[in-house]
Design a protein around this ligand. Structure first.
Ligand code: PMP
Length: 441
């Protein structure tokens, strides 16, 4: 603490995803949270329009999760992951399998969305090798995709800034085009009508490289971090069909869409398209303890696990903290809340009200698109000439000062409140945002 101001000393912590110099000149600090609200360190109440960072689906301060974690910490605090198990990880995997899409119910634990992406990519490579398709080493991502910050996820990811910042990428990676098309789809309610044909980009890459070089394609069923980009009608089905035709595994990144964001446990159930592997994190523990999980189809799991020689480790991959007992305890308590309160389908109940409410922002200054699905929305603004992202960033700061937390990416404002949000919370979020938009320059 800084003795004079009661504020923490800001020097030592090199903050992630933050303009450190700018932030430290005018810090925003959150000190507690309950239900739909954060409290800032100076006592202001801030409604959570983003479920933390797309993760606090059951709302903040859930006592049963806190107690489960505390109990677990004093029972079994840690167990090694090397040729050793502990019951709670098996229990948690079993419970997750119960809500998984049919046949994609073998669960590998990791600690974050980034680790989940890298793990899923490695699983795809392992599977192809075991079935004798070891030439399939190419991984395909999508422009404007986000799969975390590991070298695998960054390489298949399509955020230009992230990629250029580091230079070195995995070799043998290619990208299909993104589907964001304001000319044809702006202000669509529901899924965009145009763009399913962009899935055929995968056919183009098959033509270019040969199917026998391609292991997998990874996409977010709904891209969140890059601005709430919804898949055009029929797009995911088409991607699935092309993958099937060419023996390419389809990986969904459900780090944001997992655990009820769209009104079904997972987006694959919402869209009726089943991937071979999918990644999750965030809502798996309601954001309380870092954790992620990759769900593998039985085909992929059984092939890899039964494919190696007896006694050998079939998949030489994992983390010290895979299936950490505290994370599993948090996850089990989280699943109990989701089940008791119907939160995995709650977004479906409120989605019409949500959509109608967010679309009312279309007449606000600078708004060039409004899109929504489940309990997520993207409000896209025109950029200030010469300063892309500046307008939305100023709105983010103004919103926080007026008691609303939003997430911005470029000039897009993303909203994804906790799934416990009532209509009155939706109204509060959108009234505050409307006021900010009116003040925007
Ligand atoms: N994939 C997606 C789709 C994400 O949205 C995120 C995080 N926003 C990640 C991966 C990375 O997750 P983490 O920050 O937990 O590594």
């Amino acid at each position: 603490m800084n003795a004079l101001s009661n504020k923490p000393d800001l020097e030592a912590f090199w903050m992630p995803f933050t303009a450190n110099r700018q932030f430290k000149a005018a810090p925003r600090l959150l000190s507690s949270a309950e239900g739909m609200y954060y409290q800032s360190d100076d006592g202001a109440s801030v409604i959570d329009g983003t479920a933390g960072l797309w993760c606090v689906n059951a709302g903040h301060g859930r006592e049963s999760i806190a107690q489960a974690v505390a109990r677990q910490a004093s029972t079994l605090d840690f167990a090694p992951t090397f040729q050793m198990g502990h019951p709670i990880a098996f229990d948690f995997a079993t419970r997750l399998a119960e809500i998984a899409p049919e046949g994609v119910d073998r669960v590998f634990f990791v600690n974050s969305g980034s680790e989940a992406a890298d793990t899923a990519l490695k699983m795809a490579l392992a599977y192809q090798r075991v079935i004798g398709q070891g030439t399939r080493t190419r991984l395909i991502g999508r422009e404007r995709g986000y799969h975390g910050v590991g070298f695998g996820g960054m390489s298949v990811g399509g955020i230009v800034g992230n990629r250029r910042a580091f230079g070195t990428q995995l070799p043998y990676v290619d990208h299909i085009r993104h589907t964001h098309d304001l000319e044809r789809n702006a202000f669509t309610k529901g899924l965009p009508a145009h763009g399913a044909e962009l899935a055929d980009d995968l056919e183009r890459l098959v033509g270019l490289h040969g199917a026998d070089t391609i292991a997998a394609v990874i996409v977010e069923p709904m891209a969140g971090s890059t601005g709430v980009l919804l898949p055009p009608k029929g797009y995911l089905e088409r991607l699935r069909a092309i993958c099937d035709k060419h023996g390419i595994l389809l990986i969904f990144d459900e780090v944001i869409t997992g655990f009820g964001r769209l009104g079904t446990p997972f987006a694959s159930q919402y869209f009726g398209v089943t991937p071979d592997l999918f990644t999750t994190a965030k809502g798996i523990t309601n954001g309380t303890v870092p954790m992620g999980a990759v769900f593998a189809s039985r085909k992929v799991h059984d092939t890899v696990v039964e494919g190696g020689p007896e006694g050998a480790i079939e998949f030489a991959h994992g983390y010290t903290y895979s299936g950490h007992p505290l994370a599993c305890a948090a996850g089990l308590a989280t699943l109990d809340i989701y089940a008791q309160e119907g939160l995995l389908t709650r977004a479906a109940e409120i989605t019409d009200y949500w959509q109608d409410s967010v679309h009312q922002l279309r007449d606000c200054p600078f708004v060039i698109d409004v899109r929504s699905i489940g309990l997520v929305a993207g409000i896209e603004l025109s950029s200030r000439p010469g300063a892309p992202g500046a307008r939305a960033y100023e709105i983010f700061v103004d919103a926080f000062e007026s008691g609303l937390l939003v997430r911005t990416t470029g000039d897009i404002i993303a909203l994804s409140p906790p799934l416990i949000a009532e209509k009155s919370h939706v109204d509060e979020i959108l009234t505050k945002l409307r006021d900010c938009l009116k003040r925007a320059k």
